[in-house]
Design a protein around this ligand. Structure first.
Ligand code: VGL
Ligand code: ZN
Length: 196
């Protein structure tokens, strides 16, 4: 059974948003058009409390700098996707009505969560794996934002969990911080993710 997983197509990752990804809004129509081809459609939503530990403002640090957290290095982002804010809302063009379920992540104040499966400690589950398993879903196509962060981490975790994973790159857009886009593509391929 095949699912489309739409990663973080939220206002803050689109032009005008707090952590805007170039062309983030250009993928919305194409994602909507894909939805009917899948037996399940799942959306993810980055969903941080104010003052989240991944925010530069929480550390008096510069946005895009990197710090060491107990679980490893963490990029410090501008405040984004704060629970209930307009920035955290899905892009208004996204067909959210087609979603079977919505997985929120990043709500733990102390740990970021790029992946839709595990928080950045690579241990704490979001529950998505259980959801997919109990529905008999084993084939995943990932699209959304950002290619090199949340799409990348989600795709690699999914492959390691044993799913058959495709990332449809033309329906993703990347942040590309210090070459992170090329690094992510290499890492996804190495993990057995199909890039199409
Ligand atoms: C994301 C950085 C911070 C993403 C989320 O959706 O790729 N990136 N939070
Ligand atoms: Zn975030």
């Amino acid at each position: 059974m095949k699912a489309l997983i739409v990663i973080d197509v939220q206002n803050d990752f689109c032009p005008g948003g707090a952590l805007a990804v170039n062309g983030g809004d250009q993928i919305v129509a194409g994602i909507n058009a894909m939805m009917p081809k899948f037996e399940a459609v799942i959306l993810t939503q980055d969903w941080h409390p104010a003052g989240h530990s991944s925010f530069a403002s929480s550390h008096d640090a510069a946005p895009m700098s990197v710090i060491d957290m107990p679980y490893g290095p963490q990029v410090l982002w501008p405040d984004h996707c704060i629970q209930g804010s307009d920035g955290a809302a899905f892009h208004t063009g996204l067909n959210t009505h087609a979603a079977d379920t919505i997985v929120r992540k990043g709500y733990n104040p102390a740990i970021d969560s790029y992946s839709a499966f595990f928080e950045n400690d690579h241990t704490t589950p979001t529950g998505l794996h259980g959801y997919l398993q109990t529905r008999g879903i084993n084939d995943l196509t990932l699209v959304g934002l950002a290619t090199d962060f949340c799409v990348n981490y989600s795709a690699i975790d999914a492959a390691q969990l044993g799913y058959n994973v495709t990332v449809q790159l033309d329906l993703t857009r990347g942040i590309d911080l210090d070459g992170s886009l090329a690094t992510a593509k290499t890492a996804m391929e190495k993990a057995g993710v199909t890039l199409s």
